[in-house]
Design a binder for this molecule. Structure first.
Ligand code: SF4
Length: 323
């Protein structure tokens, strides 16, 4: 919906517009996979026009592609991000959309997709995909199995996803993955997998688990303060690792909970002041405003957090008691 607003195809009031065009390939069929958190999953009864909190409204492809070219040239958009479900003609539809965008514009394209063959990675690179993202979603093999693997009756496995990400890294200069934080993983589970990927040059984009009515997942209940403490901790640790300010091996954990980041508190306060650690992570130019957020709870800030938001972040992390 926000993308349509930026493209001038829908009237949307936004204080922070998306800087990437989020394009979900539309089909009326449900996905052949059965990821428990997903509105489009084969076993879901949720409204198919939602991905997390995002609303994806069907729109004419030619109108979108034409406006995309202008929005990129005028600097409103830095990237186009294509996502697809797994259905019988997903490959033909995806190739067609990429080709149409490339015929009109040089806007960088990210494709978020399940693991593919080496041949398909090569085809996508030649067609003009710049970044390939294979969403792992879960932080451990056990959670993966429960959320989108064999237990769900879907076609995916942890091993094939990890292998797919490795193979994609040989075909693309930039490869990433998505992690949904809040599915029942510990701080340590999330931080370890982020560190392992980064050691292999794979970037992680963090999402906060968002329950959509009609979907099948029921992650373990956590209080609101624990949910946000966990999310902020993982964001901060990710930032330390990516910026080489601390390694996973410098951090200490107790029963899975992070108790020491391996840096002085002044470093953490400087990072909060800078704000980047708590902004949307992933491909460059991706800010995903309101993808997982409500107006009262922001997990990924779509722009530099304001001073008052810095204080909220300190409270979320347990550095101060009251604001
Ligand atoms: S990080 Fe953003 S641009 Fe990249 S694939 Fe994910 S949603 Fe798309």
């Amino acid at each position: 919906m926000g993308t349509l607003g930026v493209l001038g195809l829908e009237l949307v009031q936004m204080d922070t517009p998306p800087t990437t065009a989020y394009l979900q390939i539309y089909t009326e069929k449900r996905c052949n996979a059965n990821c428990q958190f997903c509105a489009q999953a084969s076993g879901s009864s949720a409204d198919m026009m939602h991905i997390a909190r995002g609303m994806y409204i069907p729109f004419d492809l030619e109108a979108v592609v034409g406006r995309l070219k202008i929005a990129y040239e005028r600097g409103y958009l830095a990237r186009a991000c294509i996502q697809t479900a797994l259905y019988d003609t997903w490959w033909e539809d995806t190739v067609y959309l990429i080709m149409r965008i490339r015929e009109e514009s040089q806007i960088p394209i990210s494709l978020s997709v399940f693991p593919l063959s080496t041949g398909k990675y090569d085809d996508l690179r030649r067609l003009g995909v710049n970044e390939l993202v294979i969403p792992l979603d879960a932080c451990t093999p056990g959670l993966f199995d429960k959320i989108k693997g064999k237990t769900t009756g879907g076609p995916y496995s942890w091993e094939k996803h990890i292998e797919g990400i490795k193979t994609a890294s040989l075909a693309f200069e930039k490869v990433g993955t998505h992690l949904i934080i809040g599915l029942g993983e510990s701080d340590e589970d999330a931080i370890k997998v982020i560190s392992d990927f980064w050691n292999n040059n794979v970037n992680t984009a963090l999402f906060s688990y968002t329950h959509i009515p009609g979907t099948q997942s029921k992650p373990p209940y956590k209080t609101e303060s624990e949910t946000i403490r966990h999310y902020r901790t993982v964001q901060l640790a990710r930032h330390l690792i990516l910026e080489k300010l601390a390694y996973y091996s410098d951090m200490r954990f107790k029963d899975g909970k992070l108790i020491d980041y391996g840096v002085y508190e002044e470093v953490i306060l400087d990072i909060i002041e800078d704000g980047k650690a708590f902004q949307t992570s992933g491909c460059s130019g991706c800010n995903r405003p309101m993808a997982n957020e409500t107006f009262s709870k922001i997990f990924n800030f779509p722009k530099k957090p304001a001073d008052i938001e810095n204080e909220i972040i300190k409270k979320d992390l347990g550095l101060i008691k009251n604001i």
